[in-house]
Design a protein around this ligand. Structure first.
Ligand code: PLP
Length: 395
């Protein structure tokens, strides 16, 4: 955050136009953020919202699911991916991850049924999903793909911006992400109908992209969810958007340098990046040979001052079996939906640890290390030396 953000926020405060649609003077920042997003991602439509969780819910409402429809998503994600599906009264179906720490394409095939209506491809930890393989499978079955780019904003796959390959892409501008407005989100798509329905869903359910009201055909009408971005957040988002490329460039440089300094350590492999030159560099994932070694090294790293290193198995609500509400199948209402819809389909649902054994094995042996966008050359070397030291002792 710099003076640019400060100036923009103060300008909004003084103008009194804090809502994207109206005020004493013409609001401009949310519109400007959306225009910058269309340009940066190279898409026809961009809709600013107040979180990625909201973006997921609006995009899912736009795509349209029926009660009990199945949605395939990875074992490594964020709880919002699950909650957005459950709140649409649909059933999350977990898919294994592979050594890219994103959806395993062969396991998508295993999990597809006649009820599968959506695949959520979550680009995790600065990396990418194997979108070529995923789109081939999805297209063969006629299933839309929603890309969650909350953790890889600014990333690319062989020259294509992440979020622009599937039917729609969603982004987060929450404090932890590559750029931030404190809270914030974005939906991008080239599909006009999805854009119109997402826009209506994020607002009051009635307004089209051009400000006109939705027509009378019930199949075009969605219910609104009040997820508009405020002009204050828009002011931050539109300034931050201009910094995204530089932030990503800096993180990727630090990421690649640290990796090059530790590349030859025995008993260590790194997460496979589908396209390393297009990753955002925001995290290093190290895979050790045993869970024991992973926890020993994590402890050493923490003792050495690397406070934000996690053993992946303990990485909060990014790991399916850590999501109590999912494991316990907490229903939307006393009627038991959406889970009750699945049992009437004859599907046995299990979300407890063990449901995705290949992912469990990777989680138990892996460490995740975040990379800041402001590391000095000395700090990169310190981080690498700390990792080298920690792995030596633990051997
Ligand atoms: C952070 C995150 C979200 C949610 O973003 P919010 O803006 O906090 O709602 C969704 N998906 C993934 C993968 C995330 O990491």
């Amino acid at each position: 955050m710099g003076e640019e953000e400060e100036r923009a926020v103060i300008e909004v405060l003084r103008s009194g136009s804090l809502c994207r649609f109206y005020g004493p003077s013409d609001p401009k920042y949310v519109l400007s953020f959306e225009a910058q997003a269309r340009e940066y991602y190279g898409v026809r439509h961009a809709i600013a919202v107040n979180s990625c969780t909201g973006a997921l819910e609006c995009a899912i409402a736009a795509i349209g699911l029926e009660p009990g429809d199945e949605v395939i998503l990875p074992a490594f994600m964020w709880v919002s991916n699950i909650s957005a599906v459950v709140r649409a009264n649909a059933i999350p179906i977990l898919c294994e991850i592979d050594d890219s720490f994103t959806l395993s394409p062969p396991d998508i095939e295993n999990k597809i049924s006649s009820r599968t209506k959506l695949i959520i491809a979550v680009h995790m930890a600065g990396g990418q999903c194997d979108m070529d393989a995923i789109m081939m499978i999805a297209n063969r079955h006629g299933i839309p793909v929603l890309e969650d780019v909350a953790q890889s904003n600014g990333g690319e796959l062989h020259g294509r911006k992440l979020g622009t390959i599937g039917a729609a892409g969603v982004f987060s501008l929450q404090l932890h992400k590559n750029i931030t407005s404190g809270e914030g989100g974005l939906i991008v798509t080239n599909d006009k109908r999805l854009a119109e329905r997402s826009f209506a869903a994020h607002d009051i359910g009635l307004r089209l992209l051009d400000g006109h009201l939705v027509g009378g055909d019930p199949k075009d009408i969605v219910w609104g969810s009040g997820r508009r971005m405020s002009e204050l957040a828009g002011a931050l988002a539109s300034v931050q958007m201009q910094k995204l490329s530089a932030i990503v460039r800096q993180m990727r440089r630090s990421h690649d340098r640290i990796i090059s300094l530790i590349a030859d350590l025995p008993g260590i492999v790194f997460r496979r990046l589908i396209d390393s030159s297009g990753s955002t560099g925001s995290f290093i994932i190290i895979v050790l040979d045993t869970p024991r070694r992973a926890s020993d090294i994590a402890l050493r790293l923490k003792e050495g001052g690397m406070h934000h290193v996690y053993r992946l198995a303990e990485y909060l609500l990014h790991i399916y079996s850590n999501i109590t509400a999912l494991v316990q199948k907490v229903p939307l209402s006393p009627a038991g939906e959406p889970w009750s819809l699945a049992s009437s389909n004859g599907v046995a649902l299990n979300y407890a640890k063990g449901a995705c054994p290949k992912s469990d094995d990777l989680f138990s042996r892996s460490l995740i290390i975040p990379i800041a966008s402001c590391l000095t050359s000395d700090q990169e070397e310190d981080a690498a030396n700390l990792i080298i030291h920690a792995t030596k002792i633990a051997n």
